[in-house]
Design a protein around this ligand. Structure first.
Ligand SMILES: NC(=O)c1ccc[n+]([C@@H]2O[C@H](COP(=O)([O-])OP(=O)(O)OC[C@H]3O[C@@H](n4cnc5c(N)ncnc54)[C@H](OP(=O)(O)O)[C@@H]3O)[C@@H](O)[C@H]2O)c1
Length: 214
């Protein structure tokens, strides 16, 4: 059973998921190259917040969350000993957002349509089990979002047990889960982030989420 979660990242996603997972009873460590950045998060989660290097955080986690800038995702995991990743589930919240301004509210990606960042990660780190999740909702609504209906988290990945682990966590955080299949489906899930961001850039609306109606 997953008890300890290592979150690679120090931004809003890492901090929000970190606090939410602590509230749900998990032991959580956030990983950063600069622990100073997390002093406020540590103060807000007194006694429960743990901070380490990327490597210490990956070693700590029974499951790892990847929440770093998309352009740095491979570089961040390269900081980590292969043994610390081997056989572990990596819940991947990253998006392949390019270092370029959105065009008419549409984010620019550094991947092409028939590619995805998660496939690149899975190829680069074949001994870990990547599962895409939490990439297409803003951090403000990630944890028990409080809509009248339960929103849908689209996930994908090659490893069935890893998807079960992510599903358990995602449901605890207030989501229903739709499994879209293997890692290749990240080609469809990652661009949902583009769609999600358009009302934000055009109308300053940042508090919606997707739901699959059936
Ligand atoms: N913000 C949102 O609401 C949201 C929602 C859904 C998905 N996402 C995705 O989630 C990920 C995290 O987003 P965020 O807004 O929380 O943070 P972010 O600003 O996109 O990323 C911050 C993290 O990236 C790491 N990083 C940056 N450059 C690096 C480098 N050259 N080498 C290694 N690590 C580097 C930083 O490491 P240090 O701690 O060492 O500085 C930090 O932990 C992104 O991929 C984003 O697209 C964001």
């Amino acid at each position: 059973m997953i008890k300890k979660i290592g979150i690679i990242g120090s931004g809003m996603v890492a901090q929000t998921l970190g606090t939410g997972l602590i509230k749900h009873g998990y032991d959580v460590m956030l990983g950063t190259r600069d622990a100073q950045k997390l002093s406020k998060w540590v103060a807000e989660n007194t006694g429960k917040a743990q901070v380490g290097s990327f490597s210490e955080t990956a070693t700590f986690g029974d499951l790892i969350v990847l929440a770093v800038k998309g352009t740095a995702a491979i570089a961040a995991l390269e900081h980590i000993d292969e043994d610390a990743l081997a056989g572990k589930t990596i819940m991947d919240a990253t998006n392949p957002i390019a270092d370029a301004a959105p065009e008419d509210g549409v984010l620019q990606f550094f991947t092409k349509m028939n590619e995805s960042l998660m496939e690149q990660l899975q190829t680069s780190f074949p001994n870990a089990h990547f599962v895409k999740a939490f990439n297409s909702v803003g951090s403000a609504k990630m944890v028990n979002p409080g809509f009248e209906v339960t929103p849908t988290m689209f996930i994908c990945g090659n490893h069935a047990k890893a998807k079960e682990e992510v599903t358990t966590i995602t449901k605890k955080l207030g989501w229903e889960v739709e499994d879209m299949g293997t890692a290749i489906a990240a080609r469809a899930i990652e661009p949902l982030c583009m769609l999600w961001c358009i009302p934000g850039f055009l109308h300053n609306q940042w508090t919606h989420a997707f739901k699959l109606l059936k």
